[in-house]
Design a protein around this ligand. Structure first.
Ligand code: ADP
Ligand code: MG
Length: 319
């Protein structure tokens, strides 16, 4: 089977979204223009075997996560996902692996009604790049630079479970058997907070998805907005699994690891009531964790005592 056979067999389906006029198979995809006032949101992320996932990771999880991390970026902008491009670098033509990869990719694409509209396929070290396309009202896109002094800081879901999955798999964490599936699932198949992101348009003043840990990602909001923050560690949302691991990981797994793909967002005091009005209908709970301050930098409190994170944050170019 050559490259074209591979594309035809695994990655060609007719597009269903109304904006996609022409999908896989021509020299380029065609996407319809948007209504006035709407903007395209575009984002891309690469996962490299041995760096972002284990070389022997199940194909299903690699396909799912490659799309999930991109859709999470769309969620963090408040965008509605429309379609995506898929660039594959494959060392061999392993059809069994490709079928599972395709299944994982389309499992998530189908729940979001997201069309694969094109891509590229080359021979090389195993790596997957997804470029996702979304749509968002330009004026209410959730940006990093909108946080203001006095805004409240929230996060969706629970923090730190992906870190637990990572450390468990690496044999560096002891956790009751009952939690294994839960934390490994959170690492391998994160749920992009698409519904929450769109609901937060017009309510959140700033937002980001947590890919590198709360400290690093909230830090991006603070820097872009020119403000600081104070966060109460006792307000961080921990699952039952995290509670069981707390003696081993403390606050660090929640603060400094990342891979949770939850949203961290800020809300002005006069929008808190609006948030409370619909937050309970979110698929996952939101938690208030701290406040935006005029003093720049992030101050963490463990009770009354300031807390200095030890920093497991993942930065490729950090020496
Ligand atoms: P070209 O040589 O014109 O750049 P390609 O041979 O790279 O075209 O691709 C042929 C068609 O298949 C294009 O529509 C391209 O978008 C699509 N395609 C290639 N690789 C993939 C892939 N991994 N997933 C989805 N579509 C792909
Ligand atoms: Mg061409």
């Amino acid at each position: 089977m050559d490259e074209f056979g591979l594309i035809a067999r695994y990655f060609t389906r007719s597009p269903r979204g109304s904006l996609v006029l022409l999908g896989v198979g021509d020299d380029a995809a065609l996407v319809a223009p948007l209504q006035a006032g709407s903007a395209y949101a575009l984002t891309t992320d690469t996962l490299v075997a041995g760096v972002h996932f284990l070389s022997d990771a199940p194909g299903f999880d690699v396909g799912y996560k490659a799309l999930a991390v991109n859709v999470s970026d769309l969620a963090a902008m408040g965008a509605r996902p429309v379609g995506f491009l898929l660039n594959l670098s494959l060392p061999t033509l392993d059809e069994a692996w490709l079928a599972r990869f395709r299944d994982g990719l389309f499992a998530l694409a189908d729940t979001l009604a997201l069309d694969l509209i094109g891509g590229d396929t080359v021979r090389g070290p195993l790596a997957v790049t997804v470029t996702a396309l979304g749509e968002v009202p330009a004026e209410s896109a959730l940006r990093r630079d909108g946080a203001r002094v006095g805004d409240r800081i929230y996060v969706t879901g629970f923090l730190g479970e992906a870190a637990l999955g990572f450390f468990l798999r690496a044999g560096r964490l002891e956790l009751p058997e009952a939690f294994h599936e839960q934390v490994l699932g959170r690492l391998d198949r994160p749920i992009p907070r698409i519904i929450e992101g769109q609901a937060l348009r017009g309510v959140a003043s700033a937002a980001i998805d947590i890919s590198d840990g709360l400290v690093a990602d909230l830090g991006h909001i603070l820097k872009a907005s020119g403000v600081g923050a104070s966060v109460d560690l006792h307000r961080l949302p921990f699952s039952d699994a995290y509670d069981a691991a707390f003696a081993q990981v403390g606050f660090e797994a929640a603060l400094s690891f990342g891979d949770d793909y939850e949203l961290c967002f800020t809300v002005a005091p006069d929008r808190v009531e609006a948030l409370n009005g619909f937050m309970s209908r979110f698929p996952c709970a939101c938690h208030y964790i701290g406040d935006i301050t005029a003093d720049t930098g992030l101050t963490l409190f463990d009770g009354a005592a300031p807390y200095t994170p030890q920093g497991l944050g993942f930065n490729h170019f950090h020496e």
